[in-house]
Design a protein around this ligand. Structure first.
Ligand code: ADP
Length: 477
């Protein structure tokens, strides 16, 4: 529609303009523009002047900022009116920026933005232009209504009466006089629609002005788009750099404990097996070697986890996401962990899944990795005699839910929101020496997200936890 709509309005036949709704919307717009323009002018001119005068004592800055907000809102309202009343298509006034800026940076950007000055010019010019259009509109309206009324009364209603008298008086110019009356009546009737056409032209000018002044030009839009993109990239690079630094700090920190332990035990071993000393009992030797071995295994685990995360971050982790039966992954994890849970921690692992559930979109191998991580965590967090359950059930029309629940120690409320962060552990003291490195759930989170799923956790300290992985149901072709 847009401008073409108004153009169509102005090129419609002479009389059809009378019953076109748009004609009256245009007239309303022209009439409403005058009080609006006057209000903007009366508010902005003293406000901006006061802001400029008091600029030296800083209050001016606040006044000018307030004025900028005000005229921007006025321009937004004008854009709305032009779009909804005149049906003009106007591009956006600004490009949404996803980059966080300080107040000062935002202020600078606004000063440099051409839209700031275009909108100010529009709201200030609105007053003289609308006054001019308002006067034309009112004068023409009054004139055409008056002429129409007079022509109708004199021309149409009284013409037959006069003609009768003239005919009766046998006046020689009776026919001529009748023609004059009718011409006058026709002029009156034609003036009304012509005035309406003129209003449409005035509204067309107003609409064009609003389109040029209240919307960004194509070039500005493209420029802003490019700037926003580059700012986004910059922010992403800064964040990546920050995360990389944090990772180096965390990894060094994590390496310290196992390396110190290995070094300490090997040193002791060297000392007690030094030539000349009496050989240590095999049990002591075994104990030292076992601890060193355990620590090396933990280090290998950390390296594996870090590699997984690095691959995911670099986008090198190729996931084979396809329609798979999640029940199979669930069964595999149950088969591997249920005897271990019972034997080593006296925890019972139960599972439940309806075999008729639809396939989901996931990478089979990675799904097993996710479940292994969640179930292992649940088993280690559940005291002897506890239960860990692994179930698959429909969540909503589009997802299946894989739920790992336990009645173990639970997670304190203040830790819950950090649980998927890298290197975050609930009981730092306990896990630094024996448990993992706080990377398991971060990996699980990234893997689930990469498969297009989501993961949620609910937990109550002392009662247990419930991890729920939502996976998309594969649509049949
Ligand atoms: P880790 O490899 O150290 O276990 P995770 O990222 O897997 O690290 O887990 C992060 C923290 O969440 C750990 O400190 C762990 O104790 C806690 N946690 C994970 N699952 C559970 C659970 N089911 N119940 C209680 N605590 C849990």
């Amino acid at each position: 529609m847009g401008i073409s709509h108004i153009t169509r309005q102005t090129s419609i036949p002479l009389f059809r303009v009378i019953w076109e709704k748009q004609t009256y919307m245009n007239m309303l717009y022209l009439l409403a523009s005058f009080p609006l323009g006057l209000t903007y002018f009366m508010f902005l001119v003293p406000g901006i002047t006061a802001g400029l005068v008091t600029l030296v004592i800083w209050i001016g800055v606040f006044i000018l900022v307030f004025m900028r907000i005000s005229w921007w809102q006025m321009a937004a309202f004008e854009r709305y009116l032009a779009m909804h009343w005149l049906h003009v298509t106007i591009p956006a006034m600004s490009y949404p920026s996803s980059v966080q800026m300080t107040l000062w940076q935002r202020l600078q950007a606004q000063v440099k933005n051409s839209m700031t000055w275009k909108t100010l010019a529009f709201v200030l010019l609105k007053f003289p232009i609308s006054t001019f259009f308002f006067i034309i509109t009112v004068v023409l309206l009054v004139l055409s209504v008056a002429v129409m009324a007079v022509s109708l009364i004199i021309g149409l209603l009284s013409a037959p009466f006069f003609t009768l008298i003239l005919t009766f008086q046998r006046a020689p110019n009776a026919g001529e006089r009748l023609q004059q009356y009718l011409l006058f009546a026709a002029t009156g009737c034609g003036l009304g629609p012509s005035t309406l056409h003129l209003f449409n032209y005035l509204a067309l000018v107003d609409g064009q002005l609003a389109r040029v002044m209240l919307g960004m030009s194509d070039t500005a839009l493209r420029l802003e788009e490019a700037e926003a993109l580059s700012a986004q990239e910059r922010a992403r690079a800064e964040l990546a750099e920050q995360r990389r630094k944090q990772l180096v700090v965390n990894v060094s920190h994590e390496l310290r404990a196992p390396v110190a332990s290995i070094s300490g035990h090997l040193e002791s071993l060297l000392m007690i097996t030094e030539e000349g000393t009496t050989a240590p009992p095999p049990a002591t030797l075994y104990n030292y070697l076992r601890i060193a071995h355990q620590e090396v295994e933990r280090l290998a685990m950390l390296v594996d986890d870090l590699l997984s995360l690095a691959r995911m971050e670099a986008g090198e982790l190729r996931l084979n996401v396809r329609a798979i039966a999640a029940q199979e992954a669930l069964e595999e994890v149950y088969r591997v962990l249920s005897p271990l849970a019972l034997r080593e921690r006296q925890v019972t692992l139960v599972r439940g899944a309806n075999p008729k559930l639809p396939p989901v979109l996931a990478d089979q191998q990675r799904l097993v990795q996710i479940l292994l991580n969640l179930v292992r965590n649940a088993i280690t967090s559940t005291p002897a005699g506890g239960i860990v359950s692994l179930t698959l059930e429909p969540a909503d029309g589009q997802h299946l839910a894989l739920i790992v629940a336990d009645n173990g120690i639970g997670i304190p409320a203040e830790d819950l929101k950090h649980i998927f962060e890298r290197f975050y552990r609930v009981d730092t003291a306990r896990s630094r020496t024996s448990g993992g490195f706080g990377l398991g759930l971060a990996i699980v989170h990234d893997l689930v997200t990469a498969m297009g799923g989501t993961i949620k956790v609910e937990s109550t300290e002392g009662q247990g936890s419930r991890f729920c992985v939502l996976l998309r149901i594969a649509k049949p072709n």
